[in-house]
Write a protein that binds this ligand. Sequence first.
Ligand code: NAD
Ligand code: ZN
Length: 362
Amino acid sequence: MPPTFRNMSKVPRVLYGIGAFEKLNSVLLSNRRNAKAPFIFLVDDVFLQKFDLTKRIPCSYDDQIIFVSTVEEPTTVQVDDLVQQIILNYEELPSGVIGIGGGSVMDLAKAVALLLTNKGSASDYQGWDLVHNPGVYSVGIPTLSGTGAEVSRTAVLKGPELKLGINSDFTPFDQVILDPMLTAEVPKNQWFYTGMDCYIHCVESLNGTFLNAFSQAHGEKALMLCENVFLNSNLTDLEKSERLMMASWLGGISIANSQVGIVHALSYGLSFVLGIKHGLGNCMAIEHLEQYYSEGVKVYRKMKDTHQIDIPSGVCEHLSEKEYQQMTKIALSLNPLWENALGKNWKSVINEKVVRELYEKM
Ligand code: NAD
Ligand code: ZN
């Protein structure tokens, strides 16, 4: 049983299909308030080199494309800067914010849409249900599958003190466009890391104490799709893209009504202290969690070997005492994740020493 009932908000409109991106123009048409209220397209700057996609973005009137670097995961400062820039540039609030990219850009877009109508800094809203007003209309268009950011009620940001999401009923996109063609050219390693994020969402949800029939139904299907994508060599690339896109969606819904677990708790620490990105951090962490997720780790290794992916090791070797403490503190602060993994009495088996020893192995 989950600890509380969740009356979940969800993405009200989804447009799915090969080539669905071409429908963006017609989707936006009915949502433009007037000629002075622009659409702001936040686009992963990897598409500066891929002009094909950029040229197909339906810009008109005062609409603006802002290319975003994803070298770093999104931060609260980045959100505040973008919001200020948009407010200064236009007389009216935008008609909408459209995020085109992986989890980083989609989370950035969700947060910018919210902060345009909620005063203060994005860091004021990191946490649960702190947002008071609906954001401006928002659209998510994934170009990389796995995080589930396209479907989730959170926008994960690095803040001054923590990496933590803006979790609220106002956070989900108003519209999502799922076009498997957009993920066709993702480099292999990145495809694997972000795909494993989805696989790990399923492992943690399905093995958690918060599991319920709703999460299980979505999680099992997503897990099956992941195993299909990463272990079935008979699929075409496009079939893999289609399946991983749906796995990401279903895996995201699964954790929304349960929770993630130990892999994510450790990965958040790696990300905050060492800047290791989410998908890769998850892979580094799961390698050492056989004791907690034995079947999940076994299948993960098979997938990794099948695709000959190298996961860096020794990343914590040169950490200072202070950095170890900070990383451990961040991981241990994520109570619901540990409780989901190990039950209410998780503190009887997990402490600073156990977490530090896990980090020392990475
Ligand atoms: P990402 O968005 O950071 O992108 C990773 C890399 O892939 C970047 O270099 C990007 O330029 C590149 N890329 C993206 N699309 C591409 C394409 N079509 N072709 C070639 N390259 C492409 O990676 P991600 O794993 O999707 O997202 C990670 C972020 O998502 C983290 O910040 C994490 O905290 C967040 N996250 C959010 C949720 C949520 O529910 N909101 C869940 C999990 C993770
Ligand atoms: Zn994740």
